[in-house]
Ligand binder design. Sequence first.
Ligand code: SF4
Length: 508
Amino acid sequence: MTEAFFDSMLQLVTRTSTDLPPDVRAAMTQAMGKETPGTSAAQAMAIIAENIDQAADGEGAICQDTGMPTFEVKVPVGVNQIVLREQIRAAVAEATRRGKLRPNSVDSITGKNSGNNLGPGTPIIHFDQWERDDIEVRLILKGGGCENSNAQYALPLELAHLGRAGRDLEGVRKCILHAVWQAQGKGCAPGAIGVCIGGDRTAGYLHAKEQLFRTLDDVNPDPRLAELEAQVMATVNSLGVGPMGFGGAVSLIGCKIGALNRLPASFFVSVAYDCWAFRRLGVVVDARTGGIREWLYVDPKRPAPAMIAAGQAGFSQTGSEKVLRPPLDEATIRSLRVGDIVLISGRMYTGRDAVHAHLMKNDPPVDLRGGVIYHCGPVVLKDGETWRVMAAGPTTSIREEPYQAHVISTFGVRAVIGKGGMGAKTLAALKETGAVYLNAIGGAAQFYARAIKQVTGVSLLEFGTPEAMWHLEVEDFPAIVTMDAHGNSLHRDVEEASGRQLELLRTV
Ligand code: SF4
């Protein structure tokens, strides 16, 4: 039983990381059809769709941030939970070794990555007993960008653009709209949210995350909550946050609400924000043999259709793209404007939190003049003496806001690639020095991995593979100019415009 259960868990982790469930695919297909052809939002959706197909076809991670693995396990009375926990942990470590999960477990005090996704608190495994004979295991992989977009509100309170949110369902509705608005593109919209009304702070967040185990097309058994879910979905997309926060028709693909009792003194609304890369699957396991009896969320009689139907194109070049070949000069960068699509060919360097913190006190290990920094923590595997990039989408750039202006102006960086945009300090540095911020499509890890032709080196590997500085040779790497060297920022514009839309939703 032990060996077979390990194998079942390895299958579950691998498939969850690489194959988006049919309900999410259906919601994304519908969302894709709503975006206006030719817009940045439509282009983002085309890249996302292509990426979903590439991940499933090649069994590669849908997003390089394979997130926090959270397992919900139901066991018959008498089954040894200690053994199951050991096997789940072993399967997580093996999936990490195979490049299906990125090493994501970091010691919170030393910053050291355990390298195998095991450590205190990782993975998260919750057990419950039930009176059936089988074991049920559900898994969700939720990444850092969307986890950082979670929100918890203590009612009553005043919300930007929405005014007072009181201790009633109307107050809850306002909190939900506010949570979607504040996430903008940072959580890789279009997203889906799980909500908990009530509970204490801890139980509220947990129950909100548990709502994400519901399918997007189900109907809440509580008619009051079903009505609220429908009300949110009927209005939320008028916000215009859109895919990746580019503006557009679809900001949210699902809203699932639960409720817990609360203390009379507290009224929390907890929101668990998940991104479009909404990876969630489950299996029913034979408790005697450990083998999989049934997959959950997946209908074996109706295999999920490809996101890009046969004969249709995914992301396609129009000929109006601007080609960038680093090292880049100031005149080339100043010729770029918000909305331009660029294709980068040549050298770029990855750098995220640890690299940026390092560069505040140290010289870079490579010459960054005219260079391109990519906010990315890739999944890489060693292949003999060389490295192979398995998944490489952008990470949330706003985390580098405290460092970016210094790094750009001190070391002569001309382009920064990431997702979700950056703040006023970086925008000012772009204008002053002649640099540009490029938005790649969050989560499109397989799509971008295919644009990386070679890993030519690595620096600062002591920070762990996601945080090291990888030297990448890329070809026709597409990205959209969202902050230019003239003080323009699409992110600022969309945030302000969607804030005005939010005001229209103050009352229903
Ligand atoms: S799609 Fe975006 S938010 Fe989701 S895990 Fe990937 S990088 Fe993070």
